[in-house]
Design a protein around this ligand. Structure first.
Ligand code: CP3
Length: 325
């Protein structure tokens, strides 16, 4: 999750040359270069494709803008059935060929033994961006649609789930070893609403890669939904930093791999403190199998790269002998 990004001077240099975020994503050699930057600098075990969860919405016909200081937004969000019906369902190889090209370039540049991770936004989170027009604290327009016009909500979610499933499958075909489904906003829901209005569509989105590659699911602020996220049938769950990882292992360690979950803001402390907290996290996991050490969300742009290095160094010191690294 934002392993590459604005905290890295080499990212800033490329961004300046490219003239913005979308031009970097849209140029496969540039996207591949950005993807490889953290692998080169930190020697992490996996690269995550440099792209964004909002790229498939653009491929469906929604104009996407990314402005400095504002982040990504859609100037003409979906307002009703006509807009929803106009969303295009196009095969990713035609509508997002730059994603496949970037993955192939990354694979070619990645040292042997390093994993390549693809990803997509889950239907609920994409629906929120498409309807609200940007990051929304309450998701009111989407929630209103969900409760008052369930058939239209289902029509939208079904289209999104179809495209997300194709997108994940396309990434695996182009060289991704594993995929992550990011449901950034689903943590705003109660369990009841999550089970009724989100789970069927997340399952549908994950289905095309079942058996093809390990699938991880992430729900930001989703501790209360953990049992239900595990029940999606994924091979792994990425935990947000507020979830107690020892408790998650006790409840689900036998069934799924668990990824996480250092607080990204902990990397704002000194490298010594980062190391102390990382060791404490590893102690809490206690060497149980199926742990993927990672942050519990993306690296903040104010982070000193030395602190990311301290985190990675701890992982290398503690990796049990003989594990595939
Ligand atoms: O981790 C990586 O290096 C891979 C690339 C990646 C990005 N976004 C690049 C990015 C991934 C996996 C994402 C996922 C993503 N994008 C999510 C899901 C994960 C999460 O964060 O919960 C969401 C919700 C988005 C939508 C999005 N894109 C937002 C809200 C923002 C603004 C962020 C901010 O801090 O202002 C982005 C822009 C974005 N996506 C950046 C990067 C590196 C910053 C772009 C820049 O200005 O240079």
């Amino acid at each position: 999750m934002r392993q590459a990004g604005r905290y890295l001077p080499e990212y800033q240099a490329v961004r300046k040359r490219a003239g913005g975020f979308l031009p970097m994503i849209d140029d496969p050699p540039t996207a591949a270069e950005i993807t490889l930057q953290p692998v080169r600098r930190f020697d992490v075990d996996a690269a995550i494709l440099f792209s964004d969860i909002l790229v498939p919405l653009r491929a469906m016909g929604l104009e996407l803008r990314v402005d400095d200081g504002r982040g990504p937004w859609f100037p003409r969000p979906l307002t009703g059935p006509t807009d929803i019906r106009a969303l295009r369902l196009a095969a990713p190889a035609e509508s997002m060929p730059e994603v496949g090209q970037a993955l192939r370039l990354v694979r070619a540049g990645l040292p042997p033994g390093k994993a390549l991770i693809g990803f997509a936004g889950a239907p609920f989170t994409l629906a929120s961006y498409a309807i609200e027009g940007g990051s929304s604290p309450s998701h009111s327009k989407l929630r209103r649609l969900m409760y008052r016009e369930p058939a239209l909500y289902a029509e939208l979610m079904d289209k999104l789930a179809t495209v997300v499933g194709w997108h994940l499958q396309y990434q695996v075909e182009c060289g991704a070893d594993a995929v992550v489904l990011f449901d950034t906003w689903a943590g705003a829901l109660t369990r009841e609403d999550y089970l009724q209005h989100v789970v069927p569509w997340s399952r549908k989105a994950l289905q095309p890669v079942s058996g093809l590659a390990p699938r991880l699911a992430f729900v930001r602020d989703g501790s209360h939904l953990l049992d239900d996220v595990v029940s999606l049938g994924v091979e792994g769950v990425a935990l947000d930093w507020r979830t107690d990882i020892a408790d998650a292992f006790a409840r689900h360690g036998g069934r799924v791999a668990l990824q996480g979950n250092l607080d990204p803001a902990a990397l704002l402390a000194s490298p010594e403190e980062v190391a102390r907290r990382t060791r404490a996290l590893l102690d809490a996991v206690g060497g149980r199998p199926g742990h993927v050490l990672a942050l519990g969300h993306g690296v903040l742009k104010e982070t000193d790269p030395e602190c990311v290095a301290a985190f990675v160094q701890c992982a290398k010191e503690r990796a049990p002998a003989g594990t595939a690294r």
